[in-house]
Design a protein around this ligand. Structure first.
Ligand code: AP5
Ligand code: MG
Length: 214
């Protein structure tokens, strides 16, 4: 199954992807995580991407589409696309990429959440440097402060989780990514879920969508 998790920054796409990887055997393809790895390795792509990511604007469609193409050569079944596509151009070109591979998107889950709640979530987010799992200073504390429960990695705050960048990311989401809800609705593969729920409750809703026949 090819599944897209759609939604504004901070709605829980990464958190839910990790649950799906652990319990349903999915592979998570997060364009944000791939870009952060490039930034960390200081590759040419990473140097270009860092400026956009810190400001909260989007990296160019060409860069992101190439990344996805290369990753899809390595993996095949049960993929979650987390944070991709994010523009209509990405969505349209993604269809062509998948056609060439004899694949299609099966379901798109849109997670909805108010901007004010998103700001609180991102202000308190902590991420594991090793496995990428998200925690929260208040809502989802690790058992031991600063340490990942799962792999013992060090927790850090993302450089784009400051108020200015978060507000920019939300603006970009509303102007550029939100129209994808309508795009996938017209395709008849969109499922809308309420993100303002305890994370395991939301996970349960996602599993129900996955188990529904198309
Ligand atoms: P990306 O890494 O994708 O960031 P994002 O879209 O801004 O989304 P986040 O990762 O911030 O949020 P999330 O939904 O994963 O939330 P999480 O589960 O962590 O992209 C970063 C940048 O890369 C972009 O700004 C752009 O520059 C670039 N980029 C990436 N993809 C691109 C593309 N396709 N095209 C162009 N540029 C691209 O949860 C957030 C917090 O809330 C955590 O603290 C978590 O513990 C907590 N939480 C989660 N669920 C709950 C819950 N149910 N209740 C309470 N707290 C919760
Ligand atoms: Mg994420």
């Amino acid at each position: 199954m090819y599944l897209i998790l759609l939604g504004a920054p901070g709605v829980g796409k990464g958190t839910q992807s990790k649950y799906l990887v652990e319990s349903k055997g999915f592979i998570q393809l997060s364009t944000g995580d791939i870009l952060r790895a490039e930034v960390k390795a200081k590759t040419d792509l990473g140097i270009v991407a860092k400026e956009c990511m810190d400001k909260g604007t989007l990296v160019s469609d060409d860069i992101v589409l190439n990344m996805i193409k290369n990753k899809l050569i390595e993996i095949s079944d049960n993929v979650i696309f987390d944070g991709f596509p994010r523009t209509l151009i990405q969505a349209e070109k993604f269809v062509d990429i998948l056609k060439d591979l004899n694949k299609k998107i099966d379901k798109v889950i849109n997670i909805a959440l108010d901007d004010s709640i998103i700001e609180d979530r991102l202000a308190g987010r902590l991420v594991c440097k090793s496995c990428g799992k998200s925690y929260h200073k208040i809502f989802f504390k690790p058992r031991k402060a600063g340490v990942c429960d799962d792999c013992g990695g060090v927790l850090y705050q993302r450089s784009d989780d400051n108020l200015e960048s978060v507000r920019n990311r939300l603006e970009v989401y509303h102007s550029t990514t939100k129209p994808l809800i309508n795009y996938y609705d017209k395709n008849g593969i969109l499922y809308n879920l309420d993100g303002n729920k305890e994370s395991l409750e939301l996970f349960n809703d996602i599993v129900n969508v996955l188990e529904e026949d198309i």
